[in-house]
Every structure is written in structure tokens, then in C-alpha cells.
Design a protein around this ligand. Structure first.
Ligand code: NIG
Ligand code: FE
Length: 419
């Protein structure tokens, strides 16, 4: 049992109350349900009460002595940030490719020439479990310093059983050992391995008949993701892979319509994916289908920024009724960052989202994108005591004053872990 913790008197306490059952859409994405002079009482890792400081003092005043008090006067308090799309577990970095791209090479050219995802696959294959664990652990430390308390993590830098297994086992160990929660996704369908270049359907067969059943049997992932992209997996192959995952209890996710329009958004709606991610080139029809089915659109403006591409149209997606979430896409090729607050800033300046919408997108909608909407993502009684405190006095300033890490304190499961 952990000590009670009392976060007191925030100038703005963003609760996002009432959003646990479904992601927020349209105007509701702007309804942050802010309490001024707000306080939270957390005990045994779980939120027990949320209200004004006056209200909580009336309820808990006689127990002040037993709690750790965190004074949030003049500060912004939000639910711990949630990153619903990362390639956390990988070895090495690819600054050489960054340099090549700055001189005109494209992301797909580099990948088709054997670099890109293949380069990180070689490095990840070569790394020991311990090396991979340590590199990824250090990244999680950085996520936490940027206010993130839960991350999703994908495999996909193996594309053969042993390395995929190694990545998933590292993610599991990180979830157990690091304070940040790690939620696992199997992404054996991240690229066509070089050995299968002439016969990609054979790799699809391997995924469907061998890898997916084994991952599910070992309980090493909750989600199954595929890079549905021209030159990678076709929509038909993606459908087969995602349906196979469903038969084994893995929830579909999809990297959709990132580089060319490929009806990935349509496929996400058709298979009942929990999220479709990227969506830079998604069609109106596809977005409408996603909105109808409540598929979360996980937008990754850091990737567009880093690949010097035009961002997805977040504004249009919200107006269409797609529940929008934001993520870093943290990976060594297209978005080597852990700063979800920076991604939120790009959400405003590159995708036409408002400061209120980007908070929703990086908390409760992100939680729904990884099936955690009832546990995290809002500050409500019964939810995990995951809270981020920023050294700004209002939520607009968090985006206005950009490129600065405003995180002051992070509370995870009711314990102060960053101060
Ligand atoms: O989400 N699009 C495919 N996968 C990653 C990039 C991975 C890499 O380049 O290593 C992404 O952008
Ligand atoms: Fe990705």
C-alpha cells in the first residue's frame, strides 16, 4: 500500500470527466472539464476524489498528516500523457539516413535499397536482450520526463520469430520493471523481409499460420498491426493478417495511408480496427467510415515533420467525427523523439487543432486507442493515479510556449516519480 498523495490547488485541473466509455469526438474534444483551484486525492495508486481544493479539504482535511502533499498552485495538472503508437524497442539510430534525406533521398528509396526499417532490423537482431532492454529503458526514462505515463510499443524490427520474440519479451520486462506502463503490439508485418521480396505471400502465410498464433498463445501482445502501404503490404494482404490476429484475440491496428492513398482507412473500418494511424493520404470516404465505426485516428505529425511531408489534416478529421489521438511514433527512422508535448504543438501548428483538442488527443483519446479508456486518460474516481503537472498556469500556454519541457512533476500509480 502506498502513502496517500494529495495534489493541491492547481490553477487548472484538466479532468476530462465522463470520457471513459468512448473516445471524444467533434466539439466534445474541446471539453476539458477544467476545475480551477483543483485538487486530487490518490490512495493505493487509485484516484479517490477530484474537486476544488476547498471541497477536498473538507473531505480529507483531518487526514492531511498522512498524505504526501504536492502543491500545484499556479500550475496545470492533467492526466498522465498516453502515447498510443511507438516503436520503443529497437537498437541503434539512423542519423546517416537523416543526412541522406536532407540531400534529397526519400524514405522509401532508402528502405528499398536495404536501409530504413531493414537497417534497424539488422541492429535489433544483433543486439542482445540486455542491450535492447537497456536502450529501450533509457527511452522510457525520457518519455517519463516529458510527462508520459503509458506507452504502446510495437515489435517489427525482427520479422522472423526469434527477434520478434526478443522485442516482445523486452517490452514485457519493461512493463514489469519500469514505472511507465508498456502495452504491447505485434507488428511482424512491418516490412517484407528481404528474403521474401520475390514471394511476399509466403511471408504473409508465415505471419498468419505461425507467428500470430504463437504470439497470442504466449500472451505477448494485445494488438496486431500492419504497415499497409504501396510497396509494403497490400490492402488484401493486410486484411488477411488483421483477420488472422482477430481469430487469435489480437485487436487490429493499422499503419494506413501514410505515403500514398491506399484505402487503409476503409480497411480499418471494415475489420473493426481500434485505431488507424498516420492517415496523411486517407480518403474522405475512408475517414467517414472510420467516424461511423468509432475507429480512433492516431495522428503522428512528428513523422510528417521529420520526413518533410505535409501533415495529416487533423482539423478535417475532427470535423468529420473521427476521434483523434496524437502520438510520437517514436522510432529511429521517421520520428526519433519522445516528446509528446512537442507533437501536441505540431498538432496545433501543422494540423489546425486547438490547445484543448491536443490535450484530449494525448490523454483520453490516446487511452482509447490502446483499449485503456476505462483505466487511464482522465482524472476521475477509480482511475489510476497517473498525473502530470506542468509549470504553466493554463493549458493554452503549454502549446504557446513551445519547444520547452514544462513538466514539473509526474505522479505514476499515486507515487511521485519525477520532481
Ligand atoms: O510508423 N511506417 C512504418 N513504420 C514506422 C517507421 C519505422 C522506421 O523507419 O524504422 C513509422 O513511421
Ligand atoms: Fe509507426
Amino acid at each position: 500500500m502506498s502513502k496517500a498523495i494529495f495534489i493541491r490547488n492547481a490553477s487548472q485541473l484538466v479532468t476530462l470527466e465522463g470520457s471513459s466509455h468512448a473516445p471524444l469526438v467533434k466539439e466534445a474534444m474541446s471539453e476539458l472539464r477544467i476545475i480551477e483551484n483543483g485538487s486530487v486525492w490518490i490512495e493505493d495508486g487509485i484516484i479517490q476524489a477530484v474537486g476544488t481544493d476547498e471541497e477536498l479539504l473538507a473531505e480529507y482535511g483531518d487526514r492531511l498528516g498522512e498524505a504526501e502533499v504536492v502543491d500545484a498552485t499556479g500550475k496545470l495538472v492533467t492526466p498522465g500523457l498516453v502515447d498510443p503508437h511507438t516503436h520503443l524497442v529497437h537498437a541503434g539510430s539512423r542519423e546517416n539516413e537523416f543526412n541522406m534525406r536532407l540531400q534529397g533521398a526519400t524514405y522509401m528509396e532508402i528502405m528499398n535499397a536495404g536501409g530504413g526499417i531493414h537497417a534497424t532490423t539488422s541492429a535489433t537482431k544483433a543486439a542482445s536482450h540486455q542491450q535492447l532492454y537497456e536502450e529501450s529503458y533509457a527511452r522510457l526514462d525520457q518519455f517519463l520526463l516529458h510527462g508520459v505515463t503509458t506507452v504502446e510499443a510495437k515489435s517489427g524490427y525482427g520479422m522472423e520469430w526469434e527477434t520478434e520474440l526478443k522485442q516482445l519479451e523486452v517490452a514485457k520486462q519493461l512493463n514489469e520493471k519500469h514505472v511507465v506502463d508498456v502495452v504491447s503490439t505485434f507488428m511482424g508485418a512491418h516490412a517484407i523481409p528481404k528474403e521474401f521480396k520475390e514471394n511476399p505471400d509466403e511471408y504473409v502465410r508465415l505471419l498468419v499460420e505461425e507467428m500470430i498464433p504463437k504470439v497470442a498463445e504466449l500472451g505477448l501482445a494485445e494488438f496486431n498491426d500492419v504497415f499497409c502501404e504501396h510497396g509494403v503490404f497490400t490492402p488484401d494482404q493486410s486484411r488477411v493478417i488483421l483477420e488472422a490476429g482477430k481469430r487469435h484475440g489480437l485487436i487490429p491496428k493499422i499503419h494506413a495511408d501514410e505515403i500514398v492513398a491506399y484505402e487503409g482507412a476503409e480497411l480499418a473500418a471494415e475489420v473493426g480496427a481500434i485505431s488507424a494511424d498516420h492517415l496523411l493520404k486517407a480518403s474522405e470516404k475512408g475517414l467517414a467510415a472510420m467516424a461511423k465505426k468509432g475507429v480512433v485516428g492516431v495522428l503522428l505529425p512528428g513523422t510528417a515533420y521529420f520526413l518533410m511531408a505535409e501533415s495529416a489534416n487533423g482539423r478535417k478529421m475532427i470535423d468529420t467525427g473521427v476521434p483523434v489521438a496524437l502520438s510520437t511514433d517514436c522510432n529511429p527512422g521517421s520520428s526519433p523523439t519522445v516528446s509528446l508535448p512537442f507533437i501536441m504543438n505540431l498538432g496545433c501548428l501543422k494540423m489546425g487543432m486547438t490547445p484543448a483538442e491536443v490535450i484530449t488527443a494525448a490523454t483520453i483519446n490516446a487511452a482509447h486507442a490502446i483499449n485503456r479508456g476505462s483505466e487511464i486518460g482522465s482524472l476521475e474516481v477509480g482511475k489510476k493515479g497517473d498525473v502530470t503537472i506542468f509549470n504553466v498556469n493554463n493549458y493554452m500556454k503549454l502549446q504557446y510556449s513551445y519547444g520547452v519541457n514544462h513538466v514539473d512533476t509526474v505522479v505514476k500509480n499515486g507515487v511521485v516519480v519525477v520532481k
